[in-house]
Design a protein around this ligand. Structure first.
Ligand code: DAH
Length: 344
């Protein structure tokens, strides 16, 4: 019996026992070395054949080896008990949770929700009107005559080639202003409408998409004047953009309002002084004005009794300005690229 061979056997036994991956394998190894016909057992049985001196030496060694193998078996057994078997239920509250994928509202739906809440707080009623509209509601009734440039084929998406009703052709609503006429015909003053809708125009570049959204406000009552318009816009600027924001009006021209204004909001960084980002201190929100008497008449409202103001602003534009998102290109808002969409 060779001492080196016994040492090798010991090393081999211990390393395979420590690497055993399940209890079955561990039991197989126990039998292989310490079982009735196991390799170590066999050597122990052969001891009486040795001379007395050798028997003492080898006997002591084999005892140590047996003990070391038993220790390794015990140690591995304990380790395997701590690892939960895969097919059984287990719980460990310290394991980090798994994130379940969850959808969310698209950026534009979030914007529409936020804008509605701001206006609803001061009594505006949220409405929706057709996305495909008669020419009469979209243009004629808004004092935009037949030769108005917006009524060219390349400025609006006409659905029909030729008029087929007294309201003319059908057109994909190019702005939410047609909702003014629909609202005046549907109800009586006092009117406080916020019409948020999808619009379409044949434009496609970094800052224009063929589909976009507008929110249109209309207030009609006795004695409504420009101070009401300004008060509502200031309220909107403070509640939507933040308490330090305010608006200014610039004279402009629209067919359906008189007087008409472009509305600007002060820059969030310099608050209107002018800085590197905004240049002039102000950002444009959109158009507005006092409802033209001819438009009130189209809606069946007597302009001698009632007056009102209106505004129509872009949802995308206003929301991007609010969130501080500086998109060089707004087209991804309408594309199914989840790497972009999932960020919001
Ligand atoms: N409809 C206009 C557009 O799409 C925006 C607008 C301007 C709406 C003035 C209004 C308004 O109600 O008063 O460009």
């Amino acid at each position: 019996m060779n001492i080196n061979k016994i040492q090798n056997l010991k090393n081999q036994a211990i390393s395979s026992i420590l690497e055993a991956e399940d209890k079955k394998e561990l039991e197989r190894l126990r039998i292989q070395y310490l079982g009735r016909k196991g390799e170590i057992t066999k050597l122990i049985k052969e001891l009486p054949e040795l001379e007395v001196e050798k028997r003492k030496e080898i006997g002591g060694l084999l005892n140590d080896v047996k003990k070391a193998i038993e220790d390794a078996l015990e140690q591995t057994q304990a380790k395997l008990q701590r690892i939960p078997p895969e097919d059984k239920e287990w719980s460990d509250i310290t394991v980090p949770g798994e994130k379940i994928p969850q959808g969310h509202l698209h950026l534009i739906s979030q914007a529409i929700k936020e804008i509605s809440v701001v206006f609803e707080k001061i009594g505006f009623i949220r409405v929706s009107y057709p996305e495909v509209e008669w020419e009469w509601f979209a243009f004629e009734a808004l004092n935009m005559p037949e030769d108005h440039p917006a009524r060219d084929d390349f400025e609006s998406f006409f659905v029909d080639q030729k008029p087929h009703s007294k309201y003319g052709r059908m057109v994909i609503t190019p702005h939410t202003s047609s909702g003014q006429i629909r609202e005046m015909q549907r109800t009586e003053p006092p009117i406080r409408m916020i019409n948020i809708g999808r619009c379409g125009r044949p434009n496609y570049d970094a800052t224009h998409t063929p589909t976009f959204h507008q929110f249109e406000g209309l207030v009609i009552d006795r004695g409504i004047n420009v101070t009401h318009l300004k008060g509502v816009f200031d309220y909107f600027a403070k509640n939507f953009f933040g308490p330090k924001r305010k608006i200014r009006l610039r004279p402009f021209h629209f067919q359906f309002t008189e007087p008409s204004f472009e509305v600007d909001v002060n820059c969030p960084l310099c608050l209107g002084k002018g800085c590197k980002v905004c240049k002039g201190g102000w950002h444009e929100l959109g158009g507005s004005g006092m409802v033209h008497p001819l438009v009130l008449e189209s809606g069946g409202i007597d302009p001698r009794k009632y007056s009102g103001f209106a505004f129509g602003w872009g949802v995308e534009r206003n929301y991007l300005m609010k969130s501080g998102l500086n998109l060089d290109d707004i087209r991804p808002l309408y594309e199914p690229d989840l790497r972009f969409i999932n960020q919001f």
